[in-house]
Design a protein around this ligand. Structure first.
Ligand code: PMP
Length: 433
């Protein structure tokens, strides 16, 4: 048997940090990353044969759990027909129809391969449509790693404590304005000064890359109103929330808000069912600015790949109201148990939750966590011991306190039971940190 440590030693020789995406390196929690070799239902198995209850869900796609039989069969069938044609094919429109059927305002869809590509293309489109340059984003929101969107970004950028990224030019940075989340006055001030130059405001429908942060009542609607007032577009990034959050309707977070729609949506994760697919969507008159009908260029060798489309179609076809009810219920059970365990161990914390997406922030009860400044001020040092206690008890959490926990329809009573059994010990470890 090759151990996780041996695999990590080899990987570090060959890949920066031993990884292909930074948070996987366990930098903020310490210790040796687990090298997974199999995934089934709610479980992951590592190279040493240890099984874990998985609360990462491939960082979101695994809404139905791992290896859902219908998804696997659809993928097998697609593979049997060929890995890709480099042409149009029928299942692209099938996935597009499934997205449009659940997304008011998503009249037309363009498939891409990653969430990064979806937001990058949405921004190019917004600039092309408005003929303006500036993009406004919120501190702590993560929209992938395209140059202009790395300023004050969440996810791995937050985990590593970086202000942004080296390699992003001043010119690119100067066209991104960063505003504190949930701060209407700051957004008003930015529009008062730069309103005529702002192409778009991009926001996570519910921020979940600085931990989960709940949009204050009416905040998303305010973004809609102020962008409309100034002729800018609103890009609603639902890469994380899309087809996962169920507050009203069962397709995404913007379903929570009645009476308005963003101009553009971005999706990823769940719509690819575990394979590389993401998308942007919006009204016809905006989307038709994309090539070949319009002048804004986007293309991709693997865009709309048939194997990825098959995984997405099967996933959305099986993402029924019953699935969402199950995921919501289990998320509530785990979130309640987490709070109870931390309370019992005397660990000050805030439980941040919207729908089935939640995360914990230590030492924040005095302020709550309403923005990135609050998220950054938390006692991050408690998370490493907490994480490792859970790992030792057979539960795989996100290896960063700035990430949300993901449940799936495969998390049955046995899997949930293992999580609940592990929490008290982990809470004690957090208390002693
Ligand atoms: N937007 C949001 C809201 C995300 O959470 C992520 C990834 N976690 C992305 C964009 C980027 O997606 P990808 O990692 O597929 O490039």
């Amino acid at each position: 048997m090759t151990t996780n440590q041996e695999l990590f030693d080899t990987a570090r020789e060959l890949m920066p940090g031993g990884v292909n995406s930074p948070v996987r390196a366990f930098g903020s929690v310490g210790g040796t990353p687990t090298f997974m070799v199999a995934a089934d239902g709610p479980y992951l198995t590592d190279a040493e044969g240890t099984q874990y209850v998985d609360l990462v869900g491939s960082w979101g796609p695994a809404l139905l759990g791992h290896k859902h039989p219908a998804v696997i069969k659809a993928v097998h069938d697609a593979v049997d027909a060929g890995l890709g044609f480099g042409t149009s094919h029928p299942s692209e429109a099938r996935l597009a129809e499934l997205v449009r059927g659940r997304v008011p305002g998503g009249q037309m869809i363009r498939m891409v391969s990653t969430g990064t590509e979806a937001t990058m293309t949405a921004i190019r489109l917004a600039r092309g449509v408005t003929d303006r340059n500036i993009v406004v984003k919120f501190a702590g929101c993560y929209h992938g790693h395209s140059d202009g969107l790395l300023a004050a970004a969440g996810s791995g950028v937050a985990t590593l404590g970086l202000p942004g990224s080296a390699g992003v030019t001043e010119a690119q940075a100067s066209e991104t304005i960063v505003v504190e989340y949930n701060d209407r006055a700051a957004l008003e001030a930015v529009f008062a000064e730069h309103g005529e130059r702002i192409a778009a405001v991009i926001t996570e429908a519910t921020p979940a890359n600085m931990g989960v942060v709940v949009p204050e009542e009416g905040f998303n609607a305010f973004i809609r109103e102020i962008t409309q007032r100034h002729g800018a577009l609103m890009i609603f990034d639902e890469v994380m929330t899309g087809f996962r959050i169920t507050e009203a309707g069962y397709w995404g977070a913007s379903g929570r808000v009645e009476g308005w729609e963003p101009d553009l949506f971005t999706f990823g994760k769940v719509i690819g069912g575990g394979l590389p697919t993401a998308a942007l969507a919006g009204r016809r008159e905006i989307m038709e600015h994309l090539a070949p009908t319009g002048p804004v260029y986007h293309a991709g060798t693997l865009s709309g790949n048939p194997v990825a489309m098959a995984a997405g179609v099967a996933t959305l076809e099986h993402a029924t109201a019953g699935v969402y009810a199950h995921v919501d219920e289990k998320a509530q059970i785990v979130a309640d148990a987490l709070t109870a365990a931390l309370d019992a161990a005397g660990v000050d914390h805030t439980l941040q939750k919207v729908g089935s997406l939640f995360s914990v922030a230590f030492g924040t009860s005095a302020t709550g966590v309403h923005n990135y400044a609050h998220a950054q001020a938390q006692e991050t040092f408690r998370y490493g011991p907490f994480f490792h206690a859970m790992l030792d008890a057979g539960v795989y959490l996100p290896p960063s306190v700035f990430e949300a926990w993901f449940l799936s329809s495969a998390h049955d009573d046995a899997a949930i039971g293992r999580i609940l059994d592990a929490l008290p010990g982990a809470a004690k470890a957090a208390a002693q940190a």
